[in-house]
Design a protein around this ligand. Sequence first.
Ligand code: SAH
Length: 370
Amino acid sequence: PPQGYYTRRGGIGESGDFITSPEISQVFGELIGIWCISEWMATGKPKAFQLVELGPGRGTLTDDILRVFSQLASLLSKCDISIHLVEVSPKLSEMQALMLTGGRVQPDPQDESAYMKGITKTGVPIFWHRDIQDVPPGYSFYLAHEFFDALPIHKFQRTEKGWREVLVDIDPEVPDQLRFVLSPSSTPATENFIQPEETRDHVEVCPEAGVIIQRLACRLEKDGGAALVADYGHDGTKTDTFRGFRNHKLHDVLKDPGTADLTADVDFSYLRKMTQGKAATLGPIKQREFLKNMGIDLRLQVLLQNSHDPATREQLLHSYDMLMNPKKMGDCFNFFALLPHHRLAQTDKKHKPESKSPLPPVAGFGELSL
Ligand code: SAH
C-alpha cells in the first residue's frame, strides 16, 4: 500500500503517464451527465439520486457532469443529489477535493461512513469512501471509467499438466530483477478462478472486479439506478494484455515496480457472468458507437459554432478525433451497462394490453431520446 503506483504517482493527464477520455475533452463528461439524466427521466424522475464514481482520478469526469447538472438545474430542482467518490489514493483524493470543492472539505467526519466530506462548487454534498460497501444504499448512478483495468489480475497458462498460475519471482541470477515463473502445480487461484468452459490457453482474471460487480448488481436490484463501465476491454476473447505505461510509453511491468501504471484489458464476459443474473447488462459496445448515439456530433457542431478562436476549434476537432477515431480510442474502448431487470423488460402489448407505453431505449446503447 505505501509503495503502489496510485499512492506514489498516479500520473493521469498529458504531463503524467497516461491520458483518459475525460481529460481529453469536456464533451465526454457532458455526455455521461446527459446519460444519467436520461436514465433518471426514463425511470420516472425519482426524488433523489446518488452519483457514485469509482476511481475518479483527477475528478474531471464528475466535474464535467456537475456542470451539466447545474445547467439543467430547473429540471433537477426537486431532486436531492449527492456525490460519492470511491478512491483509495490519498494523493488523488486531495486533487479531487481541490477540483470539485476548491478544497472546502472536512476530513474524518464522525457521523458518516466517509473519510472526507464537503460541498461541491455547485452546492452539492460530496463524500469520499475507500470501498463501495461504505457508500450508503439508495437509487444511484455508478460510473467506472478506466477503473476496472487498474485492479490486480491473476494470470494463468494452460499446460499439458493442466492450468498453472503465472507468478512473479525474484531472478536468482540478477539481484533486484523480477521474472515471471509458472507455478509447479495448481494453486488455489487456478482451482477457483478459471471457468470450466474456458477455451483460451492464457487467461487473465480480476477477482476484485468480480466482487465489485456482484455488489453493484445487488445494489441495483435492491435500490435501482444504473451502472456504466467504460474501459479498454474485450468480451472474453483476448489473452495476454497485462502491460505498463510510464510517460505515455509502454513500460516493462516487472521493472521498477510502483513507478508505472499497470493495466490489463477488462474481460466484459467475466463481468457479465459475475452479475449472477441479479442485473441486466448491455454491451460492451465501442466508444464511438456509444458517443455517436449520445449525440457527440451535434454537441461538436454547437461548440464549433460558438468558438471563433482557431486554436480552440483545432483543439475541439483534435479531441473529437482522439475519442472517435477507430484507430485511436474509438474502437478499443468499450461501454457496458448494468441495469435492474425491469428497466429492460419489454412491454408486450399482446400479453399485457393494459400496459403503458414501453420504456425508452437506454441512451448510448440506443439513440438518445430526451
Ligand atoms: N477515472 C479516472 C481515473 C482512472 S485511473 C479517469 O478516467 O481519468 C484509476 C483510478 O482508480 C485512480 O483514481 C485510482 O486511484 C483508483 N483506484 C485504483 N485502485 C482502486 C481501488 N482498489 N479502489 C478504489 N479506487 C482505486
